[in-house]
Design a protein around this ligand. Structure first.
Ligand SMILES: CC(C)(COP(=O)(O)OP(=O)(O)OC[C@H]1O[C@@H](n2cnc3c(N)ncnc32)[C@H](O)[C@@H]1OP(=O)(O)O)[C@@H](O)C(=O)NCCC(=O)NCCS
Length: 229
């Protein structure tokens, strides 16, 4: 697509400087190692393939969250959202989950979404923790505004972190935000934020060279095929 850079300079929101997220590796409950790393706009077309099947899964609000993530990824690719970042969790190169957020201001973070494609291993919980780590420790923010779009999300974030309710409308639909403060983050850190740095080079090479996407059938089975819930 031909881009008129003069017009783009008006259409693109101005951005604040944003520190990178240093990659880490988490050993999951099944012994597999998940690399958590920041991706770039160039990775968006590949990530969309992981998110697309979720648009049609009405279990556990995957469709609501998936559709929003899908739109946010494209908006980010085309510079139509201010100060977004995207982190992925990869196991053997395969995308297992995606989280994103943005800087509402230099000191206030806006948590956007958490989407776990592989389930039952707290992958979503680990990725949400990485997102909070990014806002507080690397982006050096004072607080993060959060909402839950699903009951599992509410249990995972509001209850597990003891987030503070506020009356601030959240960007995702205007629901009142909950807040993670620096104090709450450091209180929860030893319990909820895990992972080791640096990531061994062989693992990093696999993750970077191979942002693999599971087949649509596998993604559907992993999300919708759970028994006993
Ligand atoms: C919310 C979300 C990110 C949490 O991811 P997660 O931490 O990896 O957790 P899972 O989804 O695998 O598991 C959630 C619950 O489902 C059940 N579950 C998961 N896998 C299961 C399995 N194989 N068999 C039986 N139950 C299972 C468990 O009850 C589990 O809760 P528990 O571990 O606290 O007992 C994920 O469920 C998701 O992406 N949901 C859709 C989008 C969404 O709601 N995002 C958050 C918006 S606020």
């Amino acid at each position: 697509m031909a881009v008129d850079m003069e017009l783009e300079s008006v259409l693109r929101p101005p951005e604040f400087p944003q520190a990178p997220y240093p990659p880490k590796v988490i050993t999951l409950a099944n012994g597999k190692r998940m690399v958590v790393r920041e991706v770039t706009r160039a990775d968006v077309p590949q990530l969309l393939k992981s998110v697309h099947p979720t648009l049609f899964i009405d279990r556990d609000y995957y469709n609501v969250v998936g559709a929003r993530v899908y739109a946010e990824l494209i908006a980010w690719q085309y510079y139509r959202v201010q100060n977004e970042y995207v982190l992925v969790g990869q196991v053997d190169g395969l995308v297992a989950g995606i989280v994103n957020g943005r800087l509402y201001s230099p000191k206030v973070g806006m948590s956007l979404h958490t989407l776990a494609i592989d389930r039952g291993l707290r992958i979503g919980a680990h990725l949400f923790a990485a997102k909070m780590e990014h806002h507080i420790e690397y982006l050096n923010q004072d607080e993060v505004l959060i909402v839950a779009e699903s009951p599992i999300g509410f249990r995972r974030w509001m209850i597990e972190y003891g987030l503070e309710p506020t009356t601030i409308p959240h960007e995702l639909g205007g629901a009142p935000s909950y807040k993670l403060t620096r104090e709450l983050y450091f209180k929860s850190k030893s319990r909820l934020v895990v992972g080791d740095r640096p990531v061994p080079q062989d693992l990093m090479d696999v993750a970077q060279q191979d942002l693999t996407v599971a087949t649509e059938k596998a993604i559907r089975e992993k999300i919708a095929g759970l028994k006993g819930r």
